[in-house]
Structure formats: C-alpha cells, structure tokens
Design a protein around this ligand. Sequence first.
Ligand code: MEV
Length: 321
Amino acid sequence: MMASAPGNLFFFGEHAVVYGKPAIIAAADRRTSASCERATGREIRIESEAFGTATGVLSEGAVTERRGPNELGILLELCEFAANAFDISSGFSLRIRSEVPVNSGMSSSTAVLCSSLAAILGEFGQKMPKEEYYKILYPFQKKLHGGKASGAELISSSVGGFNLFRKEGDGIKYESLGELPLSIVVGDTKVQSPTSLTVGYHVPSLMDRYPEKVAKTFDDIGALVEEGKKAILNRDVNKIGDLMNQNQELLSSLGLSHPKLDDCISEARKAGALGAKLSGSGWGGVMLALTNPEDQDRVAGAMARTRADVIKTKTGVAGVD
Ligand code: MEV
C-alpha cells in the first residue's frame, strides 16, 4: 500500500501558533511517499532514503530489539502504536521517499508521519477520515518538536489546501480559506535546523527572560494573521506580501531568522518579490517569496544567486492520499 502527504508553508503565524495565536498554512506540492507491506515474520523494517534503515521485532504489542538511526526512532514508535491500535500481529515494512527537504521548515517530519500512517492503515484494511490523523499523530509531533507543537502542520498535511488554524484550549479549530493560486518561490538555505531547537529551547528561553516582549510580539503576529486572512479572502496580493514582510520582521526580532535566510529574503525583495519571509521553525531552513507571476523567474534567479536551492511551487494542494 502506497500513500503520500504534502509538505507545508506557513504564510503567517509560525511559533505564535504554538501559544494559541492563529496561523495561515498551506500544503505545498512537495510530497513524501510511504509504502507499507506486511511481512511473513514479526520484523518491523523502516527504510528511509534520507536516514537509512531501522528495524525492530513486534512482540506482544511492543517493538523490541530496536536498531537504527535516532531519526527513525519516532517511526518505530508509530509502528508500535499502530500495531496496538489496529490489532496488527504480523511484521511489516515501511519505505519512505521524500521530495520535502529535511529539517527545512517545510514539515518534512509531518509529511513522513501522515504518509506512514496512511500507508499502514491502507495495508491493514483500516479506514480513518483525514481529519482524525491529527488526534493520532499529535503526540508524535509534539515529541519531535521538543515537547511543544501546534499541530497546524498535521492538519495541513492531512486535509491539504490553505487553512487558518488555531489551538483552542485542548482542541483545535481550522477553516479552509479556499483556492489561492499564488505565485510562490521557495528558497532552501540548506542550513538544517531541527524544529526542537527553536520550539523546545530558544523560544521558551526567551519567554522565561522577556515574557512581556514575547507576549507582545505574539499578539502582533496574531493581529497580522487576522489581517492576512482578510487579504487572502480579498485576493489582495500586495497586502499579503506586505504582511509577510511584517511577519518576517517580528520573527527576526525574536532571533528566529538566520543570516542565510536574511540574504535570500533580501535578494528576493530586491528582485521584486511582493513579500518574503522564513517559513516554519527558522534558524535556517526555507523562506518563501510571493511574486507577481511575471516576476517569478527573476525573483527565483536572484534567490538562486545566494546559492539556495530554489523551488517554484504551488500551494494549497491536496492532503494525504
Ligand atoms: C514549525 O515548523 C512550526 C512552528 O510553528 C511549530 C508548530 O507549529 O508546531 C514553529
């Protein structure tokens, strides 16, 4: 059984969304695919193009004798969870291939979780609405993010499209903002930074030391997201770009950017981007630039001269399938 799930781009609101502010996130057309095949024995085997191979043995609902790289440990945990939740007693293999750059802020780990769950469900004849993936995968995502996560990326990768997302108490709320054919260029700085570093370590350390500044910045980001929603519904691309720039300044004021992100963002703006900002966790990874369609190639060329990997992408694509 084969399944795939998209990576994501945050137009507005990353980080603040972990603390209850809204965010606008879109599924991007870089996908991760996972295939699942049941085995005759009890071996659980995960083969990932990015990280290598991990193995374990399914024994009375537990995956024992775990071996392999740390990065695949979370998938062995997901396999153990699935074996218990769906009464799976035979071993199985998972093969993972991804077009989503790793540790880049484009939700590579979320796309792996969603596509792997879909492949396991399919192989073992289970059905689950995409909207429910969040409930199962949230604890895994939280662990990957260093103990805190909004879940916005899980919703985006599973249901797809363009969504306004917000955590509310113990629950979540999201609404589709419809189709949005925007001209986007993504720059991958190739500086890899695990989400857990900014989400689980840097931002909490700022909150301890400068609680008022961080709260005010998150309030400002929240207000900007509400304006972003209006701009999106009005198809006002100039306004969307302007708000993206403002969001970047706010993230930067919390020390979440990186010299290479700044470099790429500045070149994109000089070449005529309507707006440009980092996407996701920051400290490296990707940025996105919004352009008029006729300027897309020029902006992409300017970004490529910073030596970033440049991806012209579509946003608002289909979720897990
Ligand atoms: C990470 O890609 C996005 C953050 O907002 C964390 C989250 O939403 O869980 C920084």
